[in-house]
Design a protein around this ligand. Structure first.
Ligand SMILES: Cc1cc2nc3c(=O)[nH]c(=O)nc-3n(C[C@H](O)[C@H](O)[C@H](O)COP(=O)(O)O)c2cc1C
Length: 158
């Protein structure tokens, strides 16, 4: 029997992750973003990453439309941003500091790191699509990460 959805969520919650906001834009140029922790490095040569996006997310069609996205790694003082981008609807960018990258995708202020990607693949992943991006530009700064573990936000203690 397949594992029940809430039980799967509970079990997966035992794997600590960082928290990202994936930003992109729609075919009409409207900015979009969603909180995501289903993110991973894929390949060094070529430099590839992946993010799994729910097919029901409002930002879902933007990935094919813009063919680019930026992965923003949240810092430990950005929990409020994570909560904001985890709720659908409205203009999530209102009152949020950001600048547009070379690809016209928002880079959020104060993030630990960002990775600008061009979309190079989309693969079936059940109710999600696995989007693979090739890294075009990336930058880091000195800060601590926001961590998600067992359904709650955590900070690294060291
Ligand atoms: C910690 C955390 C991690 C999440 N990870 C993902 C994820 O990896 N992929 C995803 O599609 N949604 C994920 N979500 C849910 C989306 O952020 C949420 O569905 C959001 O409302 C989608 O925004 P949109 O509808 O404007 O695109 C996560 C939410 C939280 C709080």
């Amino acid at each position: 029997m397949p594992i029940e959805k809430n039980e799967l969520r509970r079990v997966m919650g035992h794997f600590p992750t960082g928290v990202t906001v994936i930003t992109t834009f729609s075919k009409t140029g409207e900015l979009h973003g969603l909180t995501a922790n289903a993110f991973s490095s894929v390949s060094l040569v070529p430099p590839l990453v992946l993010v799994c996006v729910d097919k029901k997310a409002e930002s879902y069609p933007c990935f094919e439309a813009s063919r680019c996205f930026t992965v923003n790694f949240l810092a430990d003082d950005q929990e409020e941003l994570s909560r904001r981008f985890a709720v659908s609807g409205g203009n999530k960018f209102e009152g949020v500091g950001y600048r547009l990258g070379a690809n016209q995708v928002p880079i959020l202020n104060g993030v630990l790191a960002y990775i600008e990607c061009k979309l190079v693949g989309g693969y079936e992943g059940g109710d999600h699509t696995i989007y693979v991006g090739e890294i075009e530009q990336a930058e880091t700064r000195e800060a601590k990460p926001l961590v998600f573990y067992r359904g709650g936000y955590r900070n690294l203690s060291d």
